[in-house]
Design a binder for this molecule. Sequence first.
Ligand code: TEU
Length: 554
Amino acid sequence: MSTHDSNDWWRDAVVYQIYPRSFADSNGDGDGDLNGVTDRLDYLKELGVDAIWLSPFYPSPQADGGYDVADYCAVDPRFGDMADFDRLVAEAHARGIRVIIDIVPNHTSYLHPWFREAIAAEPGSPARDRYVFRRGRGEHGELPPTNWLSNFGGSAWEPCGDGWYYLHLFAREQPDLNWDNPEVRAEFLRVLRFWCDRGVDGFRIDVSHGLAKDLRDPLRDRPDPTVLGPQADDGSDPLWDRDEVHAIYRAWRRLFDEYMPAKYAIGESWHPFSPRIFQYARQDELGAVFDFSLQKAAWGRDIYREVIARTWDYARQAATAPTWVLGNHDVPRVASRIGLPVGADIDTWVTSDGTDPAVDPVAAQRRARAAALIMLGLPGTAFIYQGEELGLPEDFDLTPDQLRDPNWERSGHRFKGRDGCRVPLPWTADGPAFGFNDTGAAWLPQPDWYAGYAASAQDGVDGSILSLYRRAVGLRREWVARGADTAMTWLDDPSEPQLLSWRLPSGLTVAVNCSADRGLPMPEHNRVLVSSAADWRDGDDPAELAPETAVWLA
Ligand code: TEU
């Protein structure tokens, strides 16, 4: 069997996440588009990625950056059309790059025809039963049906004006579907088949732990409504990670397995640090699940040692591949976040206020380079969020009038939101919109300092983070990606408490000096394959492992 036919291609793959609106804009309207992606496939080929994952490109009013879908089987005109999509898939496949698309099954857009029909229909009608409508509490329904809160802030219930409410666990423009309704289940099987037949290789399932809800009347309040995501570790939360959700994915897997090779699927299930999320990765379900532990960890030897070992163990127990993530379109960019003080609470920064945190930008770049070698030096599926390979920092400069993330309004301006990691990419150091397009339009303004991170400024430059990524992704094929049976051996050294190190069966040793100020003797080796130090050049063999530096040793 060639790897192209293999059902297991993803187990050691590097997947590159594209946020289409911000990647590359072929028609100059300020929104990135599918043709922009196609135009840049050679860049991705050179980076060496195995697959791209496209965040939603479906028709959408963009109330939540496209995660509010009005039509699941079409392309939003702002991103192109179906012919552009087909061409993108064909061109990607011609380069050996697989295509994964995002499916958003927990909620639709309020502009989806089903919701327009539901809002116009009578309470209790079949049209309303596809969503979650309930009468409010109080004499005239003036109180929401339960204490459930939206993930973006405020009540999860939007009043219809007549004492009835509908449920939205995210923005009010994202009404939740009722997955107890057989029509909803049938429709998503149809949608998945539509895209499978168009040649996509897999799916990323948005909020995959959210679909099944306990909607038996009377609805139950949650003990602590401020806990976003599962509150219990036993499936008893009325909203999140319920056991019934797994039947949905067993049906999906039967469909995915009709194809040869079988379609890949990865769940976005938030239940940090619980082995329960790996139930989504069972062979007869999605097969893979995101583990965000690495992304949630602040820079530090012990926390990395702990979360990597845990992710590894849980994944092995579930017979899936571990997944490694440093960033995505929902969190501040790693090349800033990782520069927080050692021991900082990353979650607080992500979810609380809009002020700029105390990031050390120099340390952030140094650590982000080391983190790349950590992530890519781990067997499993590695995810690169667009711009990470450029070392792009978070854009903290966006002003309130420029923010588009519904988090800003819904949090009562406490949480600035996720726009700072969604600013259009810099491709060239000068020229309109830093090469994002040739008109200079950009749906979020790019800061001047983007010039220093442009792909063209780093291309072929020794010591650039782009060169580092290219080299590591290339070396990874030979040294890290050895299929599902790969093992890792920790090389803990009690006399070096700041050394993080492991060995793979290929003979590769990954060694990271997590100390901020003290060099370490270089561990035993024949050859340095790559170092994250900006001044390292191929052939160099330094005697010391510098502070906050990672190396791959043969
Ligand atoms: O995110 C799901 C989700 O729950 C996140 O809001 C998560 O809780 C948060 O980012 C943690 O800090 C997915 C998409 O990735 C996101 O862009 C969408 O806004 C959301 O679903 C709704 O579709």
